[in-house]
Design a protein around this ligand. Structure first.
Ligand code: PRP
Length: 216
């Protein structure tokens, strides 16, 4: 019997390439991807293995998976914590490793009586973190280039992703606190997990086997 199709949503960009190579090593490759450009072409098929890869914006992967347009996806733990989608998170892919941190200019002095202005792309994560500290904040939601905000006086601090620390250094910002460790996770649509259990379980076992092998 021909097995059913698996639709897999991957984040466009560097993280997606890393995740794709995990799929490739697990035997879920796609010839199409060797010639096509996942920056431009958005759907890649392997009609022998019955899989489709969709390349979507990193912050949209969970939307495709939650609504069942994709059975499976790869999303950063930051995105999952921020949007809290109704999906199963089944595997730590152990790539895309970085941290969510609070950063500020070196000379910034915390004034506990003043409302803290926090620039971020992750308002829920920031709100939860400062609520835990009992700190009043004013969230300034930006879509990128956050590092500018405290330099030019739009915000006091930023809550952002730090990978190598280069962006902070280049902009004379320092880490004040680490909020969480981040890595890419395999997420699965809840009803797909029931209806395509055999295929999804097999995929997870093969990915996991390779992830463990790479770790050693
Ligand atoms: C992230 C983040 C920082 C940068 C940190 O941005 O927002 O700007 O990476 O990386 P580093 O510590 O290695 O310098 P990304 O490149 O994902 O793009 P974005 O600004 O569009 O989110």
């Amino acid at each position: 019997m021909m097995s059913e199709y698996l639709n897999i949503a991957l984040p466009k960009g560097r993280l997606g390439q890393r995740v794709y190579s995990l799929f490739e090593q697990a035997g879920y490759d796609c010839d199409d991807l060797k010639t096509g450009d996942p920056g431009r072409k958005l759907i890649f098929e392997n009609n022998l293995l019955n899989i489709n890869f969709f390349w979507v914006k990193p912050s949209d992967v969970h939307v495709y998976v939650e609504r069942g347009a994709a059975d499976i996806g790869a999303a950063g733990k930051d995105i999952l914590d921020e949007y809290n989608p109704d999906v199963y998170e089944l595997l730590d892919l152990k790539t895309g490793i970085c941290k969510m941190a609070v950063a500020a200019p070196e000379k910034f002095i915390e004034e506990p009586d003043k409302v803290l202005r926090v620039a971020t792309e992750f308002p829920n994560i920031a709100a939860k973190y400062y609520a835990g500290l009992g700190r009043d904040i004013d969230i300034i939601k930006l879509k990128g280039s956050l590092e500018i905000a405290p330099i030019i006086g739009l915000a006091d601090v930023i809550v952002d992703i730090v990978e190598t620390g280069t962006t902070l250094r280049e902009n004379n910002l320092i880490i004040k606190d680490i909020i969480m460790d981040i890595s890419a996770r395999l997420i699965v649509n809840k009803s797909s997990f029931n209806f395509k259990f055999k295929r999804i379980n097999e995929l997870i076992n093969k990915l996991n086997f390779n992830i463990e092998k790479i770790k050693k």
